[in-house]
Design a protein around this ligand. Structure first.
Ligand code: SAH
Length: 256
């Protein structure tokens, strides 16, 4: 199998090309074939040579998309033709990115895999909104959870949010009402501060803040759209320290 290409599972970060690793940028600049998700920004795709072939396997709830098994098979098929495959994913490939599944199938098929980490949305959003995920005065634990519908009520989040803890929820926009209810049922106070960071590290970023009980209203009244992260905990209520110019560029909506 000396002619087999390598599958590179590459993290593209939250959107700003400056947040790519050098490794990701170098691989992209020499790419022959780029297989990417919908979350990868146009500016980042534009870093690949115009001669490269691009295949979008965008996953969006409403649109018909390639099932994961077909994506895995596509990556393997292309690598077996002897091409290196740049599998570009939003954020980090191993955080809610199904990178683990793609790597397992590739290894099982005898195709070499390299994983290039990316800045996950939680890190990118925290930096852009200047919200510390941990802070010695407010939080010493941070958890990442997925807020998708499937199995949400079966997931045990007890103990993940509350005093001294930060909970970061990916994919939680659609299920914000169930999320707020679930957390309050678990004993979280309705007045725990929350923040939503929409389009983090992109020009159209919005940061909104409020309280847990008001989370569903915040999402609907401000028409928050994916991609957005919900952060729950006292760290979101601290001064962000953003200067006036940066603040003017964002829409900070204080509720309460
Ligand atoms: N592998 C990715 C996560 C993919 S799941 C990562 O490590 O970031 C998709 C979810 O990530 C979105 O629904 C949203 O919750 C979050 N997300 C990705 N990019 C984002 C961005 N620029 N701003 C806010 N949230 C983002």
């Amino acid at each position: 199998m000396e002619n087999t290409g390598t599958i590179y599972l590459v993290g593209a970060g939250p959107g700003d090309p400056d947040l790519l690793t050098l490794r990701a940028a170098r691989l992209l600049e020499n790419a022959e074939l780029v297989v990417h998700d919908g979350l990868v920004s146009r500016e980042i795709l534009a870093m690949a040579p115009t001669s490269a072939e691009f295949i979008s396997v965008a996953k969006q709830r409403a649109r018909h998309t390639l099932p994961q098994d077909d994506i895995n098979a596509l990556l393997i098929r292309e690598a077996k033709k002897g091409r290196d495959v740049i599998r570009l994913k939003g954020g980090d490939p191993l955080v809610f990115g199904r990178g683990g599944e793609e790597a397992e199938d590739a290894r099982a098929a005898g195709v070499p895999v390299e994983i290039v980490p990316g800045i996950s949305a939680a890190n990118g959003a925290a930096a852009a909104a200047q919200i510390a995920l941990t802070h010695r005065d407010a939080s010493s634990i941070v958890s990442f959870v997925a807020g998708q519908c499937k199995g949400l009520s079966d997931q045990d989040w007890s103990g993940l949010a509350g005093k001294g803890r930060t909970l970061v929820i990916y994919m939680g926009v659609k299920t914000a009402p169930q999320i707020a209810e679930k957390l309050m049922e678990d004993g979280l106070a309705p007045d725990v501060p929350v923040a939503i960071i929409e389009n983090a590290a992109r020009p159209e970023m919005r940061v909104v803040r409020g309280l847990l009980a008001g989370l569903p209203d915040l999402v609907t009244s401000l028409q928050i759209k994916s991609p957005a992260l919900i952060v729950i905990g006292d760290v979101t209520a601290r001064q962000t320290g953003l200067d006036d110019r940066t603040l003017a560029a964002l829409t900070i909506e204080e509720t309460q």
